[in-house]
Design a protein around this ligand. Structure first.
Ligand code: AMP
Length: 497
C-alpha cells in the first residue's frame, strides 16, 4: 500500500471573521483528502502573524487551546502531501517570513517547473533557504525589495515562475488568492455573513478554498472560481481583482485528474460536480467497452461513482462487494514480507458470497503501477468469480505529472511500457478496457482545449525542464555549488523520458 502515489495539497483562507482560525480548521477538515502529511494554520489580528503546524492529520495537529492561541480576523490553512521536497515538519505550510515588506505567509498547491533554476539564481544572490519546497521560492521573490505594491510585485513574480500554482498569501491585514495563468489547480472564492462588521468587508467574510466542499462545511456561499492568471486581493477596502493575462490567448489547462480521482465527489471543480462527472465517465465507459456480465463491482472509494454510471448505462447490477476500512492511518504497521497478504485485506475486504460464480466487471478510476488492479482481480478470482473484466474510468497513464500530482516516473508507469494485452495478462483479467481520452473529456461537459491531459498524452502545456522528482530540491543541494549557467545547460540536455 505504501508504494501508491498519494495526494497533494489543500488550501483554505478566510478574511474578515472573528473566528478565522477555527473556521480554517473546519475548512482544512473538509480538504483533508488533499493531503495527510502535515497541516498548518497562520492567523493574524491585523498586527501579528501567528502560526501552528505539525505532521499528521488536521485533527491530530490542532486542539481547542492551539486554536485559541491563533487569534484574529484572518487565517490561512494548508494540508500537505509532498510533491516537492520530502515529508518533514520544516516543509509544512504555511511558510511565513518577516521581512522588509512585512510579515508574509504563503500556502501553495501545485508544482513549479523551473524551481531548481530559480532557487540557484536566488542563492547566488545571497538568499538563504529554510526549506526544500518550491513554494519558498515564491516567498523569496515576493519578499525582495521593490517599489511596486503587492499586486504589481505578485504579477512580476508570476512572470518568473513556471508551472502550476494556486496560492493563498496573507499579510498582516490582507489576503490574496492567485491561480496560475494556465489554471492547472482549482481555487474558488466564497463568502459568508459575519456578525462583527468591523472585521469583514461590507458585512461579509471572504473565503478562498481549493474545493467547494470546504465552503459547504462552514456554510459559506460559493461566489466564483478564480480565473486562470487572476489575483484577488481582499482587505478592509474591499475585494479587488486583477488579471494580467485577461484578453491574452493563454490556453487554459485545468487538471482533468481532479475529476478522475483527486477531488471530493461533493465538490464542484471548474464549476462541474465531481460525482456527476464520474458517473458520466462510467456511462461513457459502458458504451465504449461493453461486456456480457452479471455484476459491476467498484473498487471503493475511487471507483464508486464511475461504477454507478457503468451499471446504469449497461443495465448490469451494481454491487458493493468490496468493503473498505476507513480507519487506516499512517500508524498502520506494514506487515512483514511473510504475512504481506494481510496488507491488501486491511484496506479492502471482499464479500465473497456475492461474487462466487458471477461474471464481474470490476471498476477502478485509474491504473498507475498496476499493483492495486492486479490484487483486486486476484482477490475476485480466489473468491470464485467466474469471469473478471477490468474497466478503468480514464485513459492509460503514460507520462509523469510535472504540475503537482504524485505519479511515478515513466519507468514505473504500467501503461508507458506495456501493450494493452500485456497489461491484461499481468492483471490476470479476462478483458481490460480504458476510457478513451475523448470520452473522458466529453464526460466533463467542458471544452477539450481547456484541459491539461499531459499524463495521458505527453503534451505538457507549459515548459518542463526535466522529469520531475520531488526530492530534486534535496538532490540539488549539492548542485548549488555549481553555477546557474551549468544548471541551465544540464536542464536543457535532460528530456522527459
Ligand atoms: P497502482 O496500484 O499504482 O496502479 O495505483 C492505482 C490506484 O491508486 C487506483 O486505485 C487509484 O485510485 C489510486 N491512485 C491513482 N493515482 C493516484 C495518486 N496520484 N495518488 C494517490 N492515489 C492514486
Amino acid at each position: 500500500m505504501n508504494q501508491h502515489p498519494r495526494h497533494y495539497c489543500g488550501l483554505f483562507g478566510i478574511y474578515g471573521h472573528p473566528n478565522a482560525a477555527e473556521l480554517t480548521y473546519y475548512g482544512l477538515y473538509a480538504l483533508q483528502h488533499r493531503g495527510q502529511e502535515s497541516a498548518g494554520i497562520t492567523a493574524s489580528d491585523g498586527v501579528d502573524l501567528r502560526t501552528h503546524k505539525g505532521m499528521g492529520l488536521v485533527g491530530q495537529v490542532f486542539d481547542k487551546n492551539i486554536l485559541r492561541s491563533l487569534p484574529g480576523h484572518l487565517a490561512l490553512g494548508h494540508v500537505r502531501y509532498s510533491t516537492t521536497g520530502s515529508s518533514h515538519i520544516k516543509n509544512a505550510q504555511p511558510l511565513v517570513v518577516d521581512c522588509a515588506r512585512g510579515q508574509i505567509a504563503i500556502g501553495h498547491n501545485g508544482n513549479l517547473t523551473n524551481a531548481a533554476r530559480l532557487r540557484a539564481e536566488l542563492e547566488e544572490q545571497g538568499s538563504i533557504f529554510q526549506t526544500t519546497v518550491d513554494s519558498e521560492i515564491i516567498l523569496h521573490l515576493l519578499a525582495q525589495p521593490g517599489n511596486g505594491d503587492r499586486i504589481h510585485t505578485l504579477e512580476a513574480v508570476m512572470r518568473k515562475i513556471q508551472g502550476a500554482y494556486s496560492l493563498v498569501i496573507m499579510g498582516e491585514d490582507e489576503m490574496i488568492g492567485v491561480r496560475d495563468p494556465f489554471g492547472f489547480r482549482p481555487l474558488v472564492l466564497g463568502r459568508m455573513k459575519t456578525n462583527l462588521a468591523e472585521d469583514g468587508v461590507d458585512g461579509f467574510a471572504y473565503v478562498f478554498a481549493s474545493e467547494t466542499c470546504a465552503l459547504d462545511l462552514i456554510q459559506a456561499e460559493y461566489v466564483r472560481d478564480l480565473e486562470p492568471g487572476e489575483i484577488v486581493l481582499i482587505n478592509k477596502d474591499g475585494v479587488r481583482s486583477v488579471n494580467p493575462w485577461a484578453g491574452t490567448q493563454q490556453p487554459h489547462s485545468f487538471c482533468v485528474f481532479e475529476y478522475v480521482y483527486f477531488a471530493r465527489p461533493d465538490s464542484n471543480i471548474f464549476q462541474k460536480n465531481v460525482a456527476q462527472v464520474r458517473i458520466n465517465m462510467g456511462r461513457q465507459l459502458a458504451h465504449e467497452h461493453p461486456v456480457p456480465a452479471d455484476l459491476v463491482v467498484p473498487v471503493p472509494d475511487s471507483g464508486t461513482w464511475a461504477a454507478l454510471g457503468y451499471a446504469e448505462a449497461s443495465g448490469l447490477r451494481y454491487c458493493n462487494a468490496f468493503v473498505r476500512n476507513h480507519y487506516i492511518g499512517r500508524t498502520f504497521i506494514q506487515p512483514s514480507q511473510l504475512i504481506r497478504d494481510f496488507g491488501v485485506r486491511v484496506k479492502l475486504n471482499l464479500i465473497e458470497d456475492m461474487v462466487r460464480g458471477q461474471r464481474v466487471v470490476v471498476l477502478d478510476d485509474s491504473i498507475v503501477r498496476g499493483t492495486t488492479a492486479r490484487s483486486r482481480v486476484t482477490t475476485l478470482r480466489e473468491a470464485g468469480a467466474k469471469e473478471v473484466h477490468m474497466r478503468v474510468s480514464c485513459p492509460p497513464h503514460q507520462w509523469p505529472c510535472a504540475y503537482g500530482i504524485d505519479f511515478p516516473t515513466r519507468k514505473e508507469l504500467m501503461a508507458a511500457n506495456n501493450s494493452l494485452e500485456s497489461i491484461r495478462e499481468f492483471l490476470g483479467a479476462d478483458s481490460l478496457g480504458y476510457l478513451s481520452l475523448d470520452g473522458m473529456i466529453q464526460a466533463t461537459g467542458l471544452p477539450a482545449k481547456g484541459f491539461c491531459s499531459a499524463c495521458y498524452t505527453g503534451q505538457y502545456p507549459s515548459p518542463v525542464d526535466s522529469e520531475h522528482d520531488k526530492l530534486e530540491m534535496e538532490q540539488r543541494r549539492s548542485r548549488y555549488r555549481r553555477s546557474v549557467a551549468e544548471l541551465v545547460a544540464e536542464d536543457q540536455q535532460k528530456k522527459l523520458l
